[in-house]
Design a protein around this ligand. Structure first.
Ligand SMILES: [Fe+2]
Length: 388
């Protein structure tokens, strides 16, 4: 979240001498996006940041997409995906294009190496499990419902407090931020925004590690993974300040915007990034017009592929959708409630549904791993009844 924060010790003036108790210098690192013209932080390290003992290519890290075939609505069942591995290793890319890669992960153990995605922001939406995202910016505890947003270039390690966890993941080579229309000219969140700065959690505890030894950092960049072996712990920061750091926002802190008649999807918008948006469907009261129809109208979202990860509750407009399913309503054909769902919604006062939606402005491709999870009957779910 782009607002100013600092942790630990920093010198009074940037780019000046900052000495350790033994008189040696701490090593300053400016970490900034878009060539010193976007958000940045300044970190003070115990060791020289460029110091890497060994480098090794671990191979390609680009999703392999399959032919989409005829345009149709699709659904994927992720609930029973086998669990195993650490969060990064457990991640499966399911849908993607040049702007975003969507996936899921069901890890069963903490990471014993460090990871840095230098080519994308990563957002981990926590469906199940809790733990701590550790980084050179400090510790950030997470629990179900959190969007953990990790900027480009952050070196991190995820520790799980639970035997298992379940995540919906969003990876994008652009910044993930609150929508511009929620913010004033100074970046502050406005009164009509569904959340405010108080709802954003930032790293709170800075652990400074000065251990020497063998430390593995896996760096994702140029669509490949490189292994860097360091002779010092990568979390050697004594202090930092700035606007760039990982942060978390819990979906329970999203205040739903409701109305007398059905509100359009943008009221659910949570974040924006280049060529896609992230929305949160949260438990809320329904429309209160006496003739209102709470279920959504049919819609042709002509320039938008719509992906929904269904987390909790029952999904009022969807038949055949279960917890952990992902639907893809691609552009090129309309979508809306299945037969009977519109009538069933009339008179309902509230919903307990919880879902995360990603709308992309360019078509999404599908991976082989996604095809293995496909529910082929989904497209036929609009065919029940007489079609009226
Ligand atoms: Fe939709």
């Amino acid at each position: 979240m782009p607002f100013y924060h600092k942790l630990g010790e920093i010198p009074h003036k940037r780019h000046t001498q900052f000495k350790k108790p033994d008189g040696k210098l701490y090593r300053e690192e400016v970490m900034g996006l878009e060539g010193f013209s976007s958000i940045q932080s300044i970190l003070y390290h115990h060791f020289l940041p460029p110091r890497v003992q060994e480098v090794e290519d671990l191979g390609p890290a680009k999703p392999e997409y399959e032919d989409f075939g005829p345009i149709r609505h699709r659904a994927l069942a992720t609930a029973d995906v086998p669990a195993g591995g650490d969060p990064v290793a457990a991640r499966r890319a399911l849908l993607g294009n040049n702007d975003v890669i969507l996936g899921i992960a069901r890890p069963t153990k903490s990471m014993d190496y460090f990871y840095r995605n230098a080519q994308a922001y990563e957002t981990w939406w926590v469906h199940e499990g809790s733990g701590t995202l550790k980084s050179q910016f400090g510790n950030l505890a997470f629990h179900p419902g959190d969007y953990i947003v990790i900027p480009f270039g952050v070196t991190w390690q995820m520790k799980l407090d639970t035997p298992e966890a379940r995540f919906f993941t969003i990876e994008n080579p652009s910044q993930t931020v609150p929508p511009k229309r929620y913010r004033n000219a100074y970046g502050q969140l406005l009164e009509h925004a569904p959340y405010c700065e108080r709802d954003i959690r930032v790293p709170s505890e800075l652990e400074t590690h000065t251990e020497r030894g063998q430390f593995e950092v896996r760096v994702k960049v140029r669509d490949r993974i490189t292994r860097h072996m360091l002779d010092h712990h990568p979390f050697d920061v004594i202090g930092w300040d700035g606007y760039l750091y990982p942060w978390a926002f819990n979906v329970e802190d999203f205040e739903p915007i409701t109305g007398r008649i059905h509100q359009p999807p943008p009221v659910h918008q949570t974040f924006e990034a280049r060529n896609f948006v992230v929305c949160s469907f949260v438990p809320r009261l329904f429309d209160y017009h006496p003739e209102g129809i709470p279920a959504p109208y049919n819609h042709s979202n002509v320039n938008s592929d719509e992906v929904i990860y269904y987390a909790e509750g029952n999904f009022m407009s969807r038949k055949g959708i279960e917890r952990g399913d992902i639907s893809l309503h691609p552009y090129g054909l309309p979508h809306g409630p299945q037969p009977g769902m519109t009538e069933a919604s009339i008179g309902a006062k509230k919903t307990e549904e919880l879902a995360v939606m990603v709308d992309t402005f360019y078509p999404l491709h599908i991976t082989k791993q996604a095809l293995e999870l496909e529910k082929p009957e989904y497209m036929a779910s609009w065919l029940e009844g007489d079609g009226e």
